[in-house]
Design a protein around this ligand. Structure first.
Ligand SMILES: C[S@@+](CC[C@H](N)C(=O)[O-])C[C@H]1O[C@@H](n2cnc3c(N)ncnc32)[C@H](O)[C@@H]1O
Length: 214
């Protein structure tokens, strides 16, 4: 993983940061947006499906969906600390054997990845500079559903991200940046890949959406 953004991801999502996220997950459960995405997917017939979760973090989507019918999951994660946390949590929850963990930038390994009935990117698109590559290559892997949580592209959110987050990264010398990619461009790419918007909800800074293959 030699891209600047991936180096920034390793340094932002380090052991200290991830340990806090895991503790929060253990105390409070999945974040609201993850819960919403889990519920939207559970409303579909997903029993026995495989989930490909890109940038799964501590694995909140995977743990949640494995408990309610998904057969197994593949976790592709660019952060070593998050990968280790997801493994640890899967062992604690008793379904370690159902998750395959792969460390890397999904865009680099997409061609070798199998398809899955469900592909998810929960707060991941905003952490990657090359949105077209990430969305296009992941959309091609989704045979039924594509679930995504990403920032709404409104001016106030763009401003806060530039001024508060990206300025701080710059000061800290971290090459990572957060991106508010245009919703129209994300949705157009998904449409080109045969995925039609099936569920959508705005939740503060975030939008939660499920696309369905036609
Ligand atoms: C803000 S965190 C979100 C983690 C988790 N999905 C959640 O919502 O709590 C962004 C995650 O995306 C991962 N990520 C970003 N770009 C990636 C890529 N190209 N390939 C794999 N993982 C990626 C990061 O390593 C990190 O785990």
């Amino acid at each position: 993983m030699d891209c600047c953004q991936c180096q920034g991801i390793e340094s932002k999502f380090d052991q200290g940061y991830v340990a806090e996220q895991l503790e929060m997950y253990r105390e409070d459960g999945p974040k609201n947006t993850a819960l919403q995405l889990i519920e939207a997917l559970q409303a579909e017939e997903i029993q026995g499906f495989t989930l490909l979760d890109i940038g799964g973090g501590v694995g909140d989507l995977q743990h949640g969906l494995l408990k309610t019918g998904v057969k197994n999951t593949i976790n592709v994660e660019a952060s070593s600390a998050y990968l280790a946390a997801c493994k640890e949590e899967a062992e604690d929850q008793g379904h370690a054997e159902k998750i395959q963990h792969l460390k890397g930038n999904f865009v680099d390994i997409a061609e070798e990845m199998p398809s899955a009935e469900i592909v998810t990117l929960n707060r991941v698109i905003c952490c990657y500079h090359d949105m077209p590559q990430l969305v296009d290559s992941s959309a091609k892997k989704a045979t039924q559903f594509y679930g995504v949580v990403y920032p709404r592209d409104i001016w106030i959110i763009k401003l806060v991200i530039q001024v508060y987050y990206n300025f701080r990264f710059w000061i800290q010398g971290n090459p990572m940046r957060i991106f508010v990619h245009p919703t129209k461009a994300v949705e157009a790419l998904l449409r080109e890949n045969g995925l039609v918007r099936h569920f959508h909800r705005n939740m503060g800074v975030w939008q939660v959406a499920v696309f369905k293959r036609q």
